[in-house]
Design a protein. Structure first.
Length: 156
């Protein structure tokens, strides 16, 4: 199954892309990251606490201003929501094309923004039988709202 969130962000694609690819900026909207350079590529790591273990995300695709994809390569205790992430992919698609999210915002009276983008977030290969599906889906909504706020409040 695929988790999907779509949000309109009042920021240029380059800023959203940078917030998704600069480890220091990822720490501003999600969690502080460390970077490991390995023969298998770049690995982003953060540690949400001993009950979860270190989360490791391998950068799989990086297309400037358009697409960022990570694969969760770490394993976690069964009691951790991150246990459902192993082997899933986190895809961030940035587009300036018209989408349901941008149409809804532009329909509001007085709304006028020339720098409106859509971020489509997907977490693919998620086991829909996981007891953490609802929790993880909600947690991603919260984290993505933090990303949206960060991008919209950032100076251009």
């Amino acid at each position: 199954m695929k988790v999907h969130h779509q949000l309109a962000i009042e920021a240029p694609p380059r800023l959203i892309y940078k917030a998704l690819t600069d480890p220091e900026l990822i720490g501003e909207w999600w969690d502080r990251q460390t970077v490991q350079h390995t023969p298998n590529g770049v690995i982003l790591e953060h540690d949400p606490g001993p009950e979860h273990g270190v989360v490791q995300m391998r950068v799989v695709v990086d297309v400037r201003d358009q697409w960022v994809e990570w694969e969760c390569i770490s394993r976690h205790p069964p009691s951790s929501p991150a246990s459902a992430w192993t082997g899933t992919h986190f895809i961030f698609e940035i587009t300036e094309a018209e989408t349901p999210a941008t149409r809804v915002l532009r329909a509001y009276p007085g709304f006028d923004s020339t720098r409106l983008c859509t971020l489509n977030f997907f977490q693919t290969d998620y086991d829909e039988r996981s007891e953490f599906l609802g929790f993880n889906n909600f947690a991603w909504a919260h984290v993505l709202q933090q990303l949206k706020r960060f991008c919209e409040d950032a100076p251009n």
